[in-house]
Design a protein around this ligand. Structure first.
Ligand code: PLP
Length: 371
């Protein structure tokens, strides 16, 4: 089946007892034993499994074309589950512009437990030079945040396979509608479902989707159910509900992002636009080869430097000045401020999460703010 169909049907089933077309929310934390001590549907206690979480995991599995999925209470909890599943002393290679929340997690919570290097992952010589006998995971994030760099997933996978290294791909910016890393050879996909899956800036969640039901996955599942960083039945319900419109929301985000990128690219006050859908983007060819859409996030740099960037952001009326992405409303932020003192993000850069308002209104607002 195609993604539009999977998104609507894979996570939902009509309720057997009432005929409700939408699956009910099961809030119960515990499930009754039968006389013989067994459980009706194998459900025992909600930390281990809950019907709404199972439905969410089912639709996530099918959308990414994986073997199984595990849902978490945030994207960072999903990332943490990967790191917790590794043997102490394992070496991780991650991009130097890895999502700052996960980079800080590694540096602050896993120092002395895991080894890690943050490098320019797209430079094969640099990547090769950092391989060690204990390298267990190459972490990629593509398109990256906030520079929108695109990593050639197949190329990294080919190198990793030669050395029995696992590849994890943070697919938050692309979503499975635009990019399916498992089909390109990645072992694990990570998502912050807080972003496009939720789509309405009103819930936090994370997910891991695996290519194989292997021993590593079993460990990750144990981190989920024993660690307990699980999403509530309510949040799982909202995610399943939002995922039904994900493919169509993404079509709108792609449409608006491409037109906004082209508008900014032609604007005299703009120094540079970072969006993989522009032919001027350094990784445009790789993006075209591995993506079916270029995502709904773009960054742009102002000619007038940081001062001008701050002025523009304050003149905008329709774009909300807030961090995060993937919601129906357009957001804009001065990214270097969000990332803190060790940021490598240029100070004249603004990151935009392009929402689903009419493109004419978005362009009109930017036109007045840049004037
Ligand atoms: C937001 C985000 C995360 C972290 O997810 P949370 O749900 O905020 O914990 C990880 N990776 C990327 C690319 C993100 O944008």
């Amino acid at each position: 089946m195609k993604t539009e169909t999977i998104a609507i049907h894979a996570g939902n089933h009509t309720d057997e007892t009432t005929g409700a077309v939408v699956q009910p929310i099961t809030m119960s934390t515990t499930f009754e034993r039968m006389e013989d001590g067994s459980f009706r549907e194998g459900l025992i206690y909600s930390r281990a499994a809950n019907p709404n979480r199972t439905s969410l995991e089912k639709v996530l599995t099918q959308l990414e074309g994986g073997a199984d999925a595990a849902a978490f209470s945030s994207g960072n909890a999903a990332g943490m589950a990967v790191f917790q599943s590794l043997q102490p002393g394992t070496h991780i290679i991650a991009p130097d512009d890895m999502y700052h929340g996960l980079r800080n997690q590694l540096k602050q919570l896993f120092a002395g437990i895991l080894e890690f290097d943050f490098i320019d992952i797209d430079d094969t010589d640099v990547l090769k030079a950092h391989l060690k006998p204990n390298t267990g995971v190459i972490w990629i994030e593509t398109p990256s945040n906030p520079l929108l760099k695109v990593t050639d997933i197949k190329k990294v996978v080919a190198l990793a396979k030669q050395h029995q290294i696992k590849v994890v791909c943070d697919n938050t910016f692309a979503t499975p509608i635009c990019q399916q890393p498992l089909a390109l050879g990645a072992d694990l996909v990570m998502h912050s479902t807080t972003k496009y899956f939720g789509g309405h800036s009103d819930l936090m969640g994370g997910a891991l989707i695996t290519a194989k039901n292997d021993g590593w996955w079993e460990k990750i599942r144990n981190v989920q159910t024993m660690g307990g960083a699980i999403p509530s039945p309510m949040d799982c319900y909202y995610l399943v509900r939002s995922i039904k419109t994900l493919p169509y929301r993404i079509k709108g985000h792609l449409h608006n992002a491409q037109l906004l990128a082209e508008f900014l690219d032609n604007h005299p006050s703009v120094e540079q636009v970072l969006y993989p859908g522009l032919s001027s983007h350094p990784n445009h060819e790789v993006a075209k080869a591995q993506m079916t859409g270029f995502g709904g996030v773009l960054s742009f740099c102002l000619k007038g430097g940081e001062e001008e960037a701050r002025k523009v952001i304050n003149r905008l009326k329709l774009f909300t000045k807030a961090t995060s992405l993937g919601g129906v409303e357009s957001l804009i932020e001065h990214r270097a401020t969000v990332e803190g003192p060790d940021t490598k993000t240029p100070f004249n850069l603004l990151r935009v999460s392009v929402g689903l308002e009419h493109i004419d209104d978005l362009i009109a607002d930017l036109t007045q703010a840049l004037a």
